[in-house]
Design a protein around this ligand. Structure first.
Ligand SMILES: [Fe+2]
Length: 291
């Protein structure tokens, strides 16, 4: 497998518009092929005060709050149990706005719908979470509460830990995983022909077949001992670095690390440079072959 980490030239913000367009297309192609774009030094200008504030925070623990989350549209923070909600909201708003602006500058071809931003203030190593919520098991992302309707999940991360790296493990990209497991696992046929019970369970959040498959595949990968225990490369993201990837394509696990900021966007199909590599297109091809 090719090295999935590609370092981005930190000078990209100063490039002329036509160069940024051309390089931006190349970066989109790399992302869609399953590479991780990497900045040794985060290009976001976070203030030292905001970072210091985040490093002091505790967060609510419990099954409903994996992270402190921020959503721009209602301008609201959830999962925060500390005493300064106003400040937390302002810090997260500043991070989210600058991350969204950076993504728009870096990837001009994309049409992106902002999703949640999060602050991950809990040490990932040894976290006690239900299997489906565990971050340290390899998976491709799918959100239980919100179907993507064929859009892609793009996530941008910053390690704000002043001393320790954030350590990831990555496996094969989605097209290879789907080719290997989608049909044999029984998940693809079941997503195409849901049982009555499944359909009733989805009344509140009707899920298209693609989203149904992606969520089941997420759970199945995490529960697959053979896949989890195979040899997979690990990557260290040092303090102050930033990176982004399509987490519905790059299979990933977080082995250790504490204090990361993250912004999620949903990327619409129309700006994709290699639409045939999108998980929804891969799913559609496999489904057509299966019937
Ligand atoms: Fe994930």
């Amino acid at each position: 497998m090719a090295m999935p980490l590609r370092t981005v030239d930190a000078g990209f913000l100063a490039w002329a518009p036509d160069r940024r367009q051309a390089e931006g297309r190349a970066l989109c192609q790399a992302l869609e092929a399953g590479e991780i774009l990497y900045f040794p030094a985060s290009p976001l200008a976070l203030s030292a005060d905001d970072v210091a504030f985040l490093l002091r925070q505790k967060q609510a623990s419990g099954p409903h709050h994996k992270n402190i989350a921020y959503k721009a549209a209602p301008d609201r923070v959830t999962g925060y149990a500390g005493g300064d909600g106003q400040r937390m909201r302002a810090v997260m708003r500043r991070f989210s706005q600058s991350a969204l602006q950076l993504l728009a500058q870096l990837l001009p071809p994309y049409r992106m719908d902002p999703d949640f931003a999060s602050f991950r203030g809990i040490e990932e190593q040894g976290r006690k979470l239900a299997e489906r919520s565990r971050n340290d098991l390899l998976h491709v992302d799918s959100f239980p509460s919100r179907p993507t309707h064929g859009r892609r999940i793009l996530r941008f991360f910053v390690n704000i830990n002043p001393a320790a790296p954030r350590v990831w493990r990555t496996g094969p990209p989605f097209p290879a995983l789907a080719e290997q497991y989608a049909v044999g696992s029984g998940l693809l046929p079941r997503a195409l022909h849901p049982s009555l019970g499944q359909r009733l369970g989805e009344l509140g959040h009707p899920r298209p077949a693609y989203d149904r498959f992606m969520l089941a595949f997420h759970h199945w990968l995490k529960a697959n001992r053979e896949f989890q225990s195979a040899a997979h490369p690990t990557w260290e993201f040092p303090p102050g670095s930033a990176w982004l990837c399509f987490t519905d394509t790059v299979s990933h696990a977080v082995l250790r690390g504490q204090f990361a900021l993250e912004q999620t966007v949903m990327v619409r199909a129309e700006g994709l440079q290699a639409p045939e590599l999108a998980p929804a297109a891969v799913f559609a091809r496999l489904a057509a072959r299966a019937v």
